[in-house]
Design a protein around this ligand. Structure first.
Ligand code: N7H
Length: 594
């Protein structure tokens, strides 16, 4: 599928989508009958006639997700203002199994997290009239939640000698098998062993300090979260595990900024799937007027594409060639990995002073060039990210930030790159604010090809990997929060001595094809996802020592005049982390804890 100016996003999404007749539900008993090695691959299922007709008038038949089995930070995500991570090493396997068995009933599930999310959504509302509620909690809400994930090293210890001893090999993801430290150079992390970002110097996760288990906590209130953090550390330390690392993260400001000053966590894929008891049973709320088809079937929030759950959770249909028709069910591990998901955790230190200086110097250099007169550091930042600090997309407001648009969730994702985008009619009672429509921007004159949000999500535009489907199966569910106190503007005093950043966490069904692909395939490449545009200047690294670390990208000023941004510095430095598998509650109880 190629981009065609003047063709609507909707047409782009459904035209050229081959009506592949891929089935939805497994044939009865398929799980039980298949051999483990078969389960490790994508499995073919029968086609219900109604599903094949999705494009002809029936809504896509979305699967029910197992609300009691899937951990809540995978779907729908904790999204709490407090987060903590605890990295653990198993020293005594038998004791650790007892500890896991005790932990299983405390794991917050998808169903539990959804109940709380529904209350928060109802309290905050959507649209410009409710924006004063951003960040507000419903009265009395004081959740403290816990999730767990295990690395391949941890699985190897826990499965050894048991009934499932051979199952680790059935996880088909090479990244997961080898672990983050082994894959670090592939991600573009510094290869020089003396560099801060080299695994040899990580706070945990480097050679000899790899974690077997990662706990993730989320809480509405810091006090309760910190209390639980102390409790779980104490329990773990007394149960055959060593605490390698723990750290707390906090939402910055009501809207959730990160340390460079931008609102984060705006664009998440809408996960298709149902859970009984929700409006329409949908896990991702639907906001497009149901008579406006097929868009009402394509989006959750306006501009938020719905993605089949198998891209994130093991054992569900993935994206097919047609977004309305489920693809093949994906179970890239042993039978008990169903309802699980891979978790990538990276502790990313952010050099805030360095990034600010880069924006200021770039603005100074550019503003002396034709087409760039008057550009500010904030303008440069907006081109590096693709959004202004408030979250407003440059695609809709190219010349100046607009705080209202930044927090209007019915409007701040309504843009594509291939075609003009227009507001959609919404369900009764919802109304987006009025903002200029985004224009098609196929070559990045407004939102540069190298802008962070364009590097990690090609949206509906074609990329080097193909048409829009190629973008759908690269999506990740981000669950990050910043650590460290913010750096004040201008004072020069830094209580953290530069040690602040992002506790970056994301879930996906393939580490290689999703997180790693985004990192080295797109962010760390100057030529991809499409046409040479340069590196992701904020996050991209290129691993090379010395002068080869130079990174550049192209931005455009008035009259489509090109300019160059360049730096030798890494503003985001990896300082720890690991690759993990987040099992279902049953797998934790019945496979890992026995
Ligand atoms: Fe990125 N930032 O705060 O400046 N990110 N990111 N990210 N990021 C996004 O839509 C940031 C990182 C993605 O669908 C925004 O939430 C920082 C890694 C994806 O339009 C901002 C760091 C990876 C999206 C940031 C960091 C990604 C996204 C715009 C590290 C994956 C959604 C607001 C310190 C490998 C794109 C938003 C879309 C958006 C920031 C890291 C991925 C402001 C500071 C490592 C998929």
């Amino acid at each position: 599928m190629t981009e065609q100016p003047g063709v609507s996003r909707r047409q782009l999404l459904i035209s050229g989508g081959l009506a592949v007749t891929v089935p939805l539900r497994p044939a009865a008993g398929a799980d039980e009958l298949a051999r483990p090695d078969q389960l490790a691959r994508e499995t073919a299922y029968k086609v219900p006639a109604r599903t094949a007709a999705a494009g002809n008038g029936h809504a896509p038949e979305e699967p029910y997700l197992d609300g009691a089995e899937i951990q809540g930070n995978v779907v729908p995500g904790f999204m709490k203002p407090y987060m903590a991570v605890v990295a653990l090493r198993i020293c005594d396997v038998a004791k650790a199994k007892g500890w896991l068995a005790g932990l299983a009933p405390r794991i917050t599930t998808l169903a539990e997290a959804m109940q709380s999310r529904a209350k928060v959504r109802a309290h905050r509302g959507l649209g410009p009239d409710s924006t004063h509620q951003a960040g507000a909690l419903p009265p009395g809400m004081n959740d403290v939640w816990l999730n767990i994930a295990v690395s391949s090293g941890g699985l190897s210890k826990l499965l050894k000698g048991g009934q499932h001893a051979g199952d680790l090999g059935l996880f088909t993801d090479e990244g997961f098998q080898r672990g983050l430290a082994a894959r670090s150079s592939l991600l573009g992390d510094p290869v020089d062993p003396s560099a801060e970002g080299n695994p040899a110097n990580w706070v945990f996760g480097g050679p000899g300090r790899e974690a077997d288990v990662l706990l993730i906590l989320g809480a509405d209130r810091e006090k309760a979260g910190v209390r639980m953090l102390a409790e779980v550390r104490k329990d773990a330390a007394g149960s055959g595990l060593t605490v390698l690392y723990h750290e707390s993260g906090y939402k910055l400001g009501a809207n959730g900024n990160e340390h460079f000053g931008f609102q984060d966590g705006i664009s998440q894929p809408g996960v298709r799937g149902r859970l009984a008891g929700l409006p329409g049973d949908f896990i991702t709320p639907r906001t497009i007027d149901p008579s406006h088809l097929p868009d009402a079937w394509l989006y959750g929030l306006p501009g938020q594409y719905l993605v089949w759950p198998g891209e994130f959770v093991f054992g569900y249909p993935r994206s097919g060639a047609d977004p309305l028709i489920p693809g093949q069910v994906h179970l890239p591990g042993p039978a008990w990995s169903r309802n699980g998901s891979y978790l990538v955790f990276r502790r990313l230190r952010q050099d805030v002073a360095g990034f600010r200086a880069f924006l200021a110097e770039s603005a100074k250099t550019l503003s002396g060039q034709p087409g760039f007169a008057g550009v500010t550091p904030e303008w440069v930042g907006s081109r590096v990210v693709g959004r202004w600090p408030s979250g407003a997309p440059v695609a809709r407001v190219p010349y100046a930030d607009d705080a209202g648009l930044g927090i209007d969730r019915l409007a701040n994702n309504v843009f594509g790159f291939a075609a003009d985008a227009t507001e959609e009619p919404l369900v009764a009672g919802l109304k987006a604010g009025y903002w200029p429509d985004a224009k098609a921007d196929p070559v990045g004159l407004t939102c540069p090809m190298a802008a962070h949000i364009r590097k990690v999500n090609a949206r509906e535009a074609a990329s080097d990997m193909g048409g829009r489907r190629a973008s759908f199966n690269r999506r990740i569910l981000r669950r990050s929060l910043p650590f460290g106190a913010p750096l004040g503007e201008g004072s020069g005093y830094d209580p953290e001595n530069g040690n602040r950043g992002l506790l970056f966490a994301c879930y996906q069904a393939s580490i290689e094809d999703q997180f790693e692909f985004l990192n080295n395939g797109w962010m760390g490449s100057s030529m991809r996802p499409r046409s040479p545009g340069g590196f992701d200047m904020m996050i991209g690294q290129n691993g090379m020592p010395g002068d080869n670390r130079e990174r550049r990208c192209t931005v455009f000023g008035r009259g489509a005049v090109p300019g160059t941004l360049e730096t030798m510095s890494d503003f985001v430095v990896p300082t720890g982390g690991g690759y993990f598998f987040s099992p279902s509650v049953s797998a934790l109880k019945d496979v890992l804890a026995v």
